[in-house]
Ligand binder design. Structure first.
Ligand code: SAM
Length: 362
């Protein structure tokens, strides 16, 4: 059994909370939902601190479902598809998930996620689905091969971008023109792998490498990847996980959704988890600039009537890593309240609508 580390605990806590919220919302619309764990692992970890067993992603997902069914009496069916490439790990996964056979329909597939994707897409056809893609490194999530999932309607995706591994592979850029053929070929192969994962040309990778410092480079690579993902889904939002006790990026967890409610919930969950984990760099600064956001609203929406959700759609996808600011729904509400007090905006409640329309002064 693998040992669990603090960053994995945080990853699993975010996944678990979001999955519970996702199922809670979608159970109203769909009798059957699917959870697909593309890189499932063995199902359990060992916690060396507490000397206890801690559930990994495929077991956590099924536990949430069982809990919903038993404690809350929810009637929807959540089905599970887990893919695992390593045969020993797969056997552990089989053994662990078999304990839930009576409670849920669980299909375990031994093999590579991408090799099994067509089969999975056939099975989940038409149903709302949540994909978790959590590889160790950068292989197995090649952009072009993923597009059928990324563009699929009724689909939310939580994908890991292993920045540390990505950066290590990029180190091979300097060897791409090495006089030694073996070194050169090895380097070129690695760089091709990186560009296939990102869905960009190798020249673009070298171009970004010319950027000023490591921080600029990281922003450049992350922005490039996010922009590619945004061609497939409306909202794409990253959350950074650092190495324990350090400010160095380990990986990004990226949510892809077409639904602003999904993004809103995910940001609240990430914010709460980040503040629980003190070793983590604070993504959302303690004092977010509400005055600044209110001024932005005034200049952006001057003289217009804007639905509340439209305002969320404009401001929640902003990410601190790229744009230098990051807002939660609460910040948007606070900024609107501030503008109401200043008589710069007037909320108008319309019958049949959950949220008001905001009428901004010209
Ligand atoms: C980071 S671990 C997954 C951990 C798991 N998501 C959890 O949180 O409990 C990645 C797993 O993916 C498996 N794997 C690696 N490449 C794969 C591929 N192409 N397709 C499916 N599984 C793969 C590895 O053997 C490993 O068990």
């Amino acid at each position: 059994m693998w040992d669990i580390h603090s960053q994995t605990k945080m990853k699993l806590a975010i996944l678990e909370k979001y999955l519970a919220a996702w199922a809670t919302i979608l159970k109203e619309r769909s009798d059957v939902l699917y959870y697909i764990d593309g890189f499932a692992g063995p199902g359990w970890y060992n916690d060396p601190e507490t000397k206890t067993k801690v559930a990994g992603s495929p077991i956590r997902a099924v536990q949430i479902y069982v809990m919903h069914k038993k404690d809350k009496g929810w009637k929807y069916e959540l089905r599970f598809i887990n893919v695992e490439k390593d045969s020993t790990t797969f056997q552990e996964l089989q053994k662990e998930t078999s304990k839930f056979e009576k409670d849920a329909k669980i299909t375990n597939i031994e093999g590579e996620f991408l090799d099994n994707l067509d089969k999975i897409l056939c099975e989940i056809e038409g149903y709302n689905s949540f994909f978790f893609m959590d590889p160790f490194g950068i292989s197995g999530i090649e952009f072009d091969q993923l597009t059928n999932v990324l563009k699929r309607p009724k689909t939310e995706i939580f994908i890991k971008f292993s920045y540390n591994e990505f950066q290590r592979c990029l180190g091979q850029l300097k060897n791409c023109d090495d006089p030694d053929k073996t070194t050169r070929n090895k380097a070129r192969k690695t760089i091709e792998r990186v560009s296939r994962m990102m869905g960009i040309e190798t020249e673009h990778l070298s171009f970004l490498q010319e950027l000023f410092d490591n921080l600029e480079k990281e922003e450049g690579y992350l922005a490039t990847y996010l922009n590619n993902l945004r061609k497939c889904k409306r909202f794409v939002y990253p959350f950074k996980i650092n190495f324990p006790g350090s400010q160095r990026t380990f990986y990004y967890l990226i949510l892809l959704t077409d639904n602003i409610t999904g993004l809103k919930i995910m940001k609240d969950i990430m914010y709460a988890e980040e503040h629980r984990e003190l070793r983590q760099l604070v993504l959302f600064p303690e004092k977010r600039p509400i005055d600044f956001l209110a001024d932005e609203f005034t200049s952006h929406y001057s003289g217009r009537s804007v639905p509340y959700n439209r305002i969320l759609e404009d401001w929640l996808p902003i990410s601190q890593y790229i744009n230098g600011a990051d807002y939660l729904e609460k910040d948007v509400r606070d900024a609107l309240k501030l503008l109401e007090l200043r008589h710069h905006v007037r909320p108008v409640k319309k019958s049949g609508y959950k949220y008001p329309l905001y009428v901004f002064k010209g």
